[in-house]
Design a protein around this ligand. Structure first.
Ligand code: ADP
Length: 476
């Protein structure tokens, strides 16, 4: 039994949930304790009690703990990457890649701990000095989704600790394995008791108890739009800082002058890698008339070569969908797309493999319009639609015609169009001749419109959320 971690102790919950491998539902990774609402409140109390000392801890101590954690994650990348792929279903290469990234994030914030700085500036009044410093916010609540089981916890926990906050962390119920491993590593790296608390279990119980606690000063959340709205409402109620990363309906534009191979590679990656289960995935491929037919034919050929199989098998390109609920959502949307009049050009069938799992052949619709539900609602699976447009201007208008704004991409050899798209795309992250997903760990991540709320995550921009600014005046 993998236990919760509260106030420096590994504790049982009310019951446990089984962590099941989506590539093989007979494979149970382990039993993970489910916390009660009272456990969540005990975790908040522990984090509150630990805050005064941790917020004043030395930067060298924070640096060393984060650095040790980074080193252990990277040293164990094969084992942890395997655990990740086993519990979430992305391929082993993707699982190991994500694990390395988590290590790099801890490494980055280990460095940031040594680079904390303020500003000293003159007052407009004589003989007065002004100091501007950043202080930790307090107890930070971290609520994470299942699609990046190690990277998202890393990119929230590392900055929270780096800047001197204490943490109550609730991972997604589907993938507690990597989160448990990170907490275990940080604990052994020397984190004082109460500074980081792990409460696994149901969102409606554990997460909700966190939202309702007046002692959490900030909540960072990645997940669905619906839950994000609850986080926002509860946070306003408690006058607390909050940051949301939610859905996407990211456009990938292909212009007549694109290099076909570059466009197809980026589109296949954007739409289908990690089984389409990335908030930065692209499900709208917006293609100009002159290249449309060639692009669709090349996509079909490329998709034909994609191997959908057990995430842990060598040679697999696309792992299974994460669970039955998500698979139902994907197949429902495939049915909706057909009813709406789009043409299912390739894939979309459920497929059987050697082991019982949630296998779906990546699906590509053509003849779609941007008004269809498959073009407006987030599906979160390996399902994409090609929307034919006349020219660049129409492509840009269609790309921006969405309530979301996380990432976007364009395939073009035109400097003019690339530059114009970078400036005018209504997204937080814009990619030129690259997939809409796949971002660096040291630069800001986040979106606009209905995708995100609050300041950016990752890189030095993370300081904005995890600190509060103080302005001090001194008479000389
Ligand atoms: P997804 O569709 O990615 O599972 P959710 O928004 O349901 O998106 O889940 C994201 C995270 O939010 C998970 O850790 C989940 O347990 C948590 N969660 C779900 N419901 C609530 C809630 N009412 N309050 C707080 N957290 C919740």
């Amino acid at each position: 039994m993998f236990r919760n971690f509260i106030d420096g102790e590994w504790v049982l919950g009310t019951d446990a949930s089984k962590n099941i491998n989506p590539s093989n539902t007979n494979d149970v990774i382990g039993d993970y304790a489910r916390a009660s609402a009272d456990d969540a409140l005990a975790a908040v109390a522990a984090a509150k009690a630990a805050f005064p000392a941790w917020s004043r801890s030395g930067i060298l101590e924070r640096h060393q703990i984060l650095k040790k954690t980074a080193d252990e994650i990277i040293a164990r990348k094969d084992e942890l990457g395997r655990l990740l792929s086993r519990e979430e279903g992305k391929t082993l290469a993707e699982g190991i890649g994500e694990t390395v990234r988590a290590g790099q994030i801890f490494d980055f914030f280990a460095g940031e701990a040594l680079r904390l700085a303020g500003e000293v500036i003159p007052s407009v009044r004589p003989n007065i000095g002004v100091e501007i410093t950043r202080e930790p916010v307090g107890v930070v609540g971290i609520i994470t989704p299942w699609n990046f089981p190690i990277a998202i916890p890393a990119w929230k926990i590392a900055p929270a600790l780096c800047y001197g906050n204490t943490v109550v962390f609730k991972p997604a119920e589907l993938v507690p394995g990597c989160s448990w491993a990170i907490v275990d590593i940080l604990h052994r790296a020397g984190l004082p008791k109460g500074v980081l608390n792990l409460v696994m279990g149901k969102g409606s119980v554990v997460g909700q108890a966190m939202l309702d606690s007046p002692d959490i000063q900030a909540i960072t959340f990645t997940g669905s739009v619906g839950t994000g709205k609850r986080v926002a409402a509860a946070s306003v109620e408690h006058n607390r800082k909050f940051q949301l990363e939610m859905g996407g309906k990211n456009p990938f534009v292909v212009l007549d002058d694109a290099e076909l191979a570059v466009a197809v590679e980026a589109a296949v990656n954007s739409a289908f890698f990690s089984t389409g289960q990335r908030c930065t995935a692209s499900s709208r491929l917006i293609v100009t008339e002159g290249i449309h037919d060639k692009f669709v034919a090349a996509m079909g050929e490329r998709m034909h070569g994609l191997v959908v199989d057990d995430a842990l098998k060598a040679g697999t390109h696309i792992g299974p969908v994460v669970d039955q609920g998500q698979l139902n959502q994907d197949t429902d949307y495939i049915a909706i797309g057909k009813q709406e009049g789009a043409r299912l050009a390739f894939g979309g069938e459920l497929i059987a493999r050697d082991t019982p799992g949630f296998y779906l052949q990546p699906a590509l619709f053509t003849e779609a319009t941007n008004r269809m539900r498959i073009s407006r609602e987030e599906i979160f699976g390996p399902v994409a639609a090609v929307i034919r447009v006349k020219d660049y201007d129409e492509a840009l208008a269609v790309a921006n015609d969405t309530r979301f704004g996380l990432s976007s991409g364009i395939a073009t050899t035109s400097l003019k169009h690339a530059s114009h798209f970078k400036r005018n795309s209504e997204a937080g992250m814009v990619m030129v001749n690259l997939p809409t997903a796949g971002v660096d760990f040291h630069v800001p991540f986040g979106g606009r419109k209905g995708s995100s709320y609050g300041s950016r995550e990752q890189g030095k921009y993370a300081a904005e959320f995890y600190t509060t600014v103080k302005t001090a005046y001194t008479l000389a």
